[in-house]
Design a protein around this ligand. Structure first.
Ligand code: NAP
Length: 257
């Protein structure tokens, strides 16, 4: 394998759907997550269905050493990363005062630190080659403050802001950055975030991960900066931009509680 798409969070949900999209287009993959068996099954399925090669790396992205491990892996094998997909992430539901500090800290590491560190590691070689694409997964949560999921919403606001800023710095380099902002999507996210009785997934339309991934890959290929899948999600983002901040934050609380 000489070139590959490096994809974090490949073991489930939107990540597995991304893997399928890239494999369908004949692109080799490096699949990253903690769930070793799920990655092995996915590798086997993709290699036998499509004429591509896939490698797997079992890594916990909340551990800074994981980034060195990933970079070492691609450097040792001389694999050029022409698409980087920072998809791994998770949320947590509940008042901040009662939350597990360990879980919030891990969330910041995975949702923010690993994303910018991987970007930093693979961006320079992309610029030197004069081509490359980066897809960062944020959320519609990036556009509003999120009472009862305060750290998660803030982490996605970071991803959106970072990606937009980078897209301007990279003009004329041949490298593009796309930030995908899905609304509620049927994956392992809801259970992992312990959303329980929250109205979030009950009050809004829940998308299929395949549709979200296909939309994201299409916008990535077209070099779009912000990609919000679904008309209703785009409407919510539009209305929240026009509304007073106090109204928006209180509405999100009402929606989520
Ligand atoms: N589902 C939604 O409603 C929704 C909406 C907007 C945005 N998003 C975003 O979409 C992205 C994908 O989430 P999803 O909905 O597909 O949820 P998911 O089904 O729970 O998948 C999350 C992926 O991230 C990986 N991951 C989590 N913690 C990790 C860690 N410490 N180290 C390495 N990998 C880790 C998981 O793999 P392992 O557990 O095997 O490590 C899994 O592959 C996330 O960034 C999420 O914030 C989701």
């Amino acid at each position: 394998m000489k070139n590959a798409v490096l994809l974090t969070g490949a073991s489930g949900g939107i990540g597995t759907a991304f893997a399928e999209e890239f494999a369908k287009a004949g692109q080799n993959l490096i699949l990253i997550a903690r769930s070793t068996e799920k990655l092995a099954d996915l590798k086997q399925r993709l290699e036998s269905t499509y004429s591509i090669q896939a490698e797997t790396i079992s890594a916990d992205l909340s551990d800074p050493a994981a980034i060195e491990q990933i970079v070492q892996f691609t450097t040792d094998r001389g694999i050029a990363i022409d698409v980087l997909v920072n998809n791994a992430g998770f949320g947590d539901f509940g008042p901040f005062a009662d939350c597990s500090w360990e879980k919030q800290n891990e969330m910041v590491q995975v949702n923010i630190t690993a994303l910018i560190h991987l970007t930093r590691c693979y961006l320079k070689p992309m610029i030197e080659r004069g081509n490359g694409k980066i897809l960062n997964v944020a959320s519609t949560a990036a556009f509003q403050p999120g009472p009862l999921m305060s750290v998660y919403y803030a982490s996605k606001a970071f991803v959106l802001s970072f990606s937009e800023a980078l897209s301007v710095e990279l003009k004329g380099t041949g490298v593009t950055v796309t930030v995908l902002c899905p609304g509620p999507t049927k994956t392992g996210f809801e259970a992992k975030a312990e959303l329980g009785d929250s109205g979030l997934f009950k009050n809004l339309r829940v998308a299929a991960p395949q549709d979200v991934a296909a939309f994201g890959v299409d916008r990535l290929r077209r070099g779009k900066v912000i990609a919000v899948p679904g008309f209703l999600n785009r409407l919510i983002v539009f209305v929240s931009k026009l509304s007073p901040r106090a109204v928006v934050r209180n509405f999100v609380y009402y929606l989520q509680k």
